[in-house]
Design a protein around this ligand. Structure first.
Ligand code: SAH
Length: 256
């Protein structure tokens, strides 16, 4: 799968290294250069082969979030020098990961590129609560949506999404939504009832994971009270019903 001059975009999953695919581990162990995104856990990076050049291209690496164009140039250069390059990206490279842009850029530069899926955070997060994203009785589908508008772009139409979710019975999974939760909540309430169950899951699958189960009407208050912050996903929908019932019992912990 890996050979010199190849760039492999590898999904690092949500954090727990045990959730990597075998294909991801093989690519990591073959790579001579590994470019690591911010949201990739140290346990995953530790699986790179000894002696590989590890370049942190996010804020944690000391760069004030390396500009995308620079990362793309770096990948092309390393591939042309004959390196076997892995680009490690949190979750799945093709879910809010700019993987599409990177593939286009590499192909345009004549560099061979492969993509290895990872478990996306929205899927893993809700699974840690023992809750499915779809359920024959509660949800016929699921929407992964970003809470963050692209620079200069329009934010998602939350009201339309809420109405659609209510009518079509869909679970909503919001990435990058914690800082804008108050506005998202307000608009979702135009289409979904205030008692709709919601979970906020921070650092899912990592040892310091925290989460809270609440309702749409209480979303922003809960985030503030429990001091939940990025990286977190917000899950909205009736698949969480069982958990919400537990959270509402007096004396039961709402957050963990
Ligand atoms: N490609 C990634 C998403 C990158 S966007 C994926 O497929 O998961 C970054 C957002 O992902 C964060 O703001 C947060 O909403 C979510 N995220 C990433 N890792 C997470 C984790 N361990 N727990 C909860 N949310 C996470």
């Amino acid at each position: 799968m890996t050979s010199p001059g190849l760039v492999t975009l590898v999904g690092a999953g949500p954090g727990d290294p045990d959730l990597l695919t075998l294909k991801a581990v093989k690519a990591l162990q073959a790579a001579t250069v590994v470019l690591v995104d911010d949201l990739v856990s140290d346990g995953v990076v530790a699986l790179a082969r000894p002696g590989a050049r590890i370049v942190h291209v996010g804020k944690r690496g000391g760069c004030a979030s390396t500009p995308q164009a620079f990362i793309e140039r770096l990948m092309v250069m390393a591939a042309r020098e004959g390196e076997t390059v892995v680009r490690l990206k949190g979750g799945d490279p093709f879910v809010f990961g700019r993987g599409g842009e990177e593939v286009e850029h590499l192909r345009a530069a004549g560099v061979r590129v492969e993509v290895v899926n990872g478990i996306t955070a929205g899927l893993a997060a809700v699974t840690t609560l023992g809750v499915p994203l779809t359920h024959r009785e509660h949800a016929r589908g699921v929407v992964f949506v970003t809470g963050h508008a692209q620079r200069g772009g329009d934010p998602p139409d939350w009201t339309l999404l809420a109405q659609t979710a209510a009518q079509a019975r869909l679970t909503l999974v919001v990435y990058m939504g914690v800082s804008g939760a108050a506005a998202i909540q307000q608009q979702l309430l135009q289409g979904l009832p205030a008692h709709t169950p919601v979970a906020v899951i921070q650092r899912a699958t990592l040892p310091d994971q925290r989460h809270a189960v609440t309702t749409l009407g209480q979303l922003a208050d809960t985030i503030e009270r429990e001091q939940l912050g990025s990286p977190a996903v917000i899950v909205v929908g009736d698949v969480l019903q069982g958990l919400a019932a537990v959270a509402e019992q007096p004396g039961m912990a709402r957050a963990a």
